[in-house]
Design a protein around this ligand. Structure first.
Ligand SMILES: COc1cc(-c2ccc3ncc(-c4cccc([C@@H](O)NCCN(C)C)c4)n3n2)ccc1O
Length: 284
């Protein structure tokens, strides 16, 4: 998708700021020609190679390239890209149900069937991403949004592919990025990463969905990272007493130190907790 060099404000009414992060600002925008509502991610790019402010233009081009390859119901859709002087704007679908993080926070805890319904969608989206050898590298409840939180079965949308990477055949890729409580040991050890890195994050997200607790989080990032390296996590009885053994087995098969031993998204989707056997299958 070529970057349009028109002024985004000529085609869209720029609305309120929805949120901001390492990536820049996300604003609600209205397409003048149709009245349709979208979200615009406004990214300040670096004015010069030496500058510390703003984002490298090449990083934004990479993100756009990845998003163009990712057309899936569980991944936010990219509609248009603009570049004007030192700003790039990605026009993406508007997601109005807020973050999964807030949905969990608003409830004491999520039931296992609600968690399974969310996880099936997350795993479908992540499995699709991984089938194209793309890893997200920043999966966390804040980057999983809901299309309509009041719907009976909210649809999830994965956002923020600013740290994502597409692996080339045989390539070794290392990075120290991510959010401490969701990153696996291989990121901390600066070992080669893979799509399995995302699967560890899904294990942490599942633990949080079912308990409201974060398995490795401690008082400081340093202590959190130490807990991850030591594989120091447990299922406290006062929170997990009503949680099924198969749910805990699902989490244990993702919070595995060796990335090769971790379940893939495909394996998760046929795990007993996510896809229980039918009575007929049990009978066989
Ligand atoms: C295209 O890249 C991004 C899109 C978006 C995105 C796309 C559609 C969309 N509809 C509504 C919102 C939205 C609404 C409230 C807050 C935010 C965001 O600032 N918080 C979510 C991510 N957070 C952890 C940075 C985003 N978004 N955010 C967020 C981060 C991105 O890097």
């Amino acid at each position: 998708m070529a970057f349009k060099h028109e002024n985004v404000a000529d085609l869209y009414d720029i609305g309120v700021v929805l949120g901001s992060g390492h990536f820049g600002q996300v604003r609600q925008v209205t397409e003048r020609s149709t009245g349709a509502q979208w979200a615009g991610k406004f990214i300040k790019t670096r004015k010069s190679a030496g500058s510390r402010l703003g984002v490298e233009r090449s990083a934004v081009e990479r993100e756009v390239e990845l998003l163009q390859a990712l057309t899936h119901p569980s991944i936010m859709a990219l509609k248009d890209v603009f570049e004007c002087r030192a700003e790039m704007v990605l026009i993406v679908e508007l997601i109005s149900g807020g973050e999964l993080f807030d949905f969990i926070a608003a409830k004491d805890n999520v039931t296992e069937s609600e968690a399974i319904a969310f996880l099936k969608q997350i795993l479908e989206g992540v499995g699709f991403m991984h089938s194209k050898h793309i890893a997200h590298f920043d999966l966390k409840p804040e980057n999983i949004m809901l299309s309509d939180k009041d719907a009976a079965n909210p649809t999830i949308k994965l956002i923020d592919f600013g740290l994502a990477h597409q692996f080339k055949q045989g390539e070794e890729y290392k990075s120290m990025c991510g959010t401490p409580q969701y990153i696996p040991p291989e990121v901390i050890n600066y070992s080669p990463l893979s799509t399995a890195t995302d699967m560890w994050s899904i294990g942490v997200i599942t633990y949080i969905l079912l308990s409201g607790l974060s398995p490795f989080q401690d008082n400081t990032d340093e202590e959190t990272l130490r807990n991850i390296i030591a594989m120091k996590f447990e299922f406290p009885e006062h929170v997990f007493s009503m949680t099924s053994e198969s749910a805990k087995d699902f989490i244990k098969k993702l919070l595995v130190k060796d990335p090769i031993e971790r379940m893939t998204a495909e394996e998760c989707l046929i795990h007993q907790w996510i896809k229980p056997m039918t009575r007929k299958q049990m009978a066989n």
